[in-house]
Design a protein around this ligand. Structure first.
Ligand code: SF4
Ligand code: SF4
Length: 222
């Protein structure tokens, strides 16, 4: 008797239907039974009368949503110095281990960013990146952001490891390519307070003197 009671109270194994339970989803009406073999065609039939929508990609790529997570960009300050300070926080935040950073010290003759350090080596491996955006959340200087660019497919794995030159934002009006000094009297805090604007004549002269390909009018190569 005890075995019989156990058999009755034991629930069905996972994934198996309980033979004693009523079939709630079943249609028993004669019309439903008659239409059952062709019911699946209803979806196709209703779709036939909808407007046809064809995306002509890649001839006419559509713009993405404004906050789409695409290729990364390493940003610059208004005078062209780099915002990246080589702190590696982005690399530590990355769940896919896709970022590699090596920091180095700025000097008066070789300054790439305000403050003590800059990112001398910066790589993102797009074979690993899942475009989650955690790296840009971690960046303390807003040096790293993401663009809307998504056409990054290639036929060589090595080409999908982007280095600093590929990731750096293009020079805009008033910017000079680093390295160059900060403006007279400015320090790293001045940059974070937004007190530094386009490159000054002194900075332009410094770059010209160094012969690092400066644009005397402060025009970038973008
Ligand atoms: S978007 Fe995500 S996966 Fe890609 S580099 Fe940043 S943190 Fe790593
Ligand atoms: S991109 Fe930002 S978080 Fe990454 S090393 Fe540069 S400053 Fe640090």
């Amino acid at each position: 008797m005890a075995e019989e009671a156990d058999a009755v109270s034991t629930p069905p194994a996972r994934g198996h239907a309980d033979p004693s339970a009523p079939d709630k989803g079943r249609r028993d009406g004669p019309l439903a039974q008659a239409l059952a073999p062709v019911a699946g065609f209803g979806v196709s039939f209703s779709t036939m009368f909808r407007k046809i929508y064809t995306e002509e990609y890649p001839e006419k790529p559509r713009p993405t949503e404004p906050r789409y997570h695409g290729r990364h960009q390493l940003n610059r300050h208004p005078d062209g110095l780099e915002k990246c300070i080589g702190c590696e926080l982005c690399a530590w935040a990355c769940p896919a281990d896709a970022i590699y950073v090596e920091g180095a010290d700025n000097t008066d003759d070789n300054r790439f960013s305000p403050g003590e350090r800059y990112g001398s080596v910066y790589q993102i491996n797009y074979l690993r990146c899942i475009f989650c955006g955690l790296c840009i959340e971690a960046c303390p200087t807003r040096a790293l952001t993401m663009t809307n660019e998504y056409e990054m497919a290639d036929d060589r794995r090595g080409k999908l490891i982007f280095d600093k030159d590929q990731l750096l934002a293009p020079l805009q009006q008033g910017m000079l390519p680093a390295p160059h000094p900060m403006p007279e009297g400015a320090d790293d805090q001045s940059y974070y307070r937004g007190e530094v604007g386009a490159a000054t004549p002194d900075q332009q002269a410094w770059v010209q003197q160094r012969g690092a390909g400066a644009d005397p009018k402060g025009q970038g190569d973008a």
